[in-house]
Design a protein around this ligand. Structure first.
Ligand code: MD6
Ligand code: FE
Length: 219
């Protein structure tokens, strides 16, 4: 008898997690674009390879990163910022693929943010054990635009904090194909990624890839 109660708790779907206003989780939303996204990621990475950036404090970031779009997010000894040239190649970042911008616009729309026109996409690659510590996304000039974040490959536990660093984060499991959109009152929320658990994803192997689409420059 008691066993039934326990099972009901265990099978409660993650969709039941109550999200703060301005945050929307769209399960499986990117799956219709899966093949195009993976091909476009490969094209971007061929022109602008993944690299481990250095924080202003001198630490090597554990997620490998690259960008596409008219500007890309970079970090080095002199700080965090958007730059129109890839410091690794000296060339402009690869253009934002149509699959990325279409996905972003449609996901933003589904979350109630119409007219989202991203100009930058940060691509993060996580090997097992890799994490991202709690941070705010605050280097964009247009804080009215939402952010669209697509998870691919190995699952992750997204840490969704509050508007102050001290708030205890909610743990939000993310699977291949899930998309998070946030903006409005949630735009400056602290967030991070718990260490990725080792595993093998059928399409992407032993890694998680995250696409974070933003509007970095004023419209
Ligand atoms: C990640 N994402 O999921 C890291 N930032 O790998 C982020 O830092 C992030 O997912 C702002 C909005 C959505 C995000
Ligand atoms: Fe972020």
């Amino acid at each position: 008898m008691g066993r039934c109660v326990i099972e009901l708790e265990l099978i409660e779907p993650p969709e039941q997690v109550r999200l703060p206003p301005g945050v929307r989780l769209l399960r499986g939303f990117s799956l219709p674009w899966e093949a195009a996204l993976l091909a476009d990621i490969n094209r971007v990475v061929a022109a602008a390879p993944f690299r481990h950036m250095i924080t202003p404090g001198g630490q090597r970031m554990s997620a490998a990163m690259t960008n596409c779009g008219s500007v890309g997010w970079i970090s080095d000894r002199s700080g965090y910022r958007y730059a129109s040239l890839d410091p690794h190649t000296g060339q402009p970042w690869p253009a934002l693929p149509g699959s990325f911008s279409t996905l972003a616009r449609r996901a933003a729309e589904a979350a109630g943010f119409v007219g989202f026109a991203p100009d930058a996409c940060l691509i993060n690659r996580y090997a097992p054990g890799t994490r991202m510590s709690l941070h705010q996304d605050r280097d964009e000039q247009d804080l009215n635009a939402p952010i669209v974040s697509a998870s691919l490959g190995l699952p992750a536990v997204f840490l969704l904090g509050g508007l102050e660093r001290s708030a205890r984060p909610v743990r939000l499991p993310l699977a291949h194909g899930d998309v998070i959109v946030w903006g409005g009152p949630a735009r400056m929320i602290f967030h991070g990624v718990a260490p990725i658990v080792a595993g093998l994803h059928s399409g992407l192997g032993r890694q998680r890839i995250n696409l974070t689409l933003r509007r970095a420059c004023p419209t």
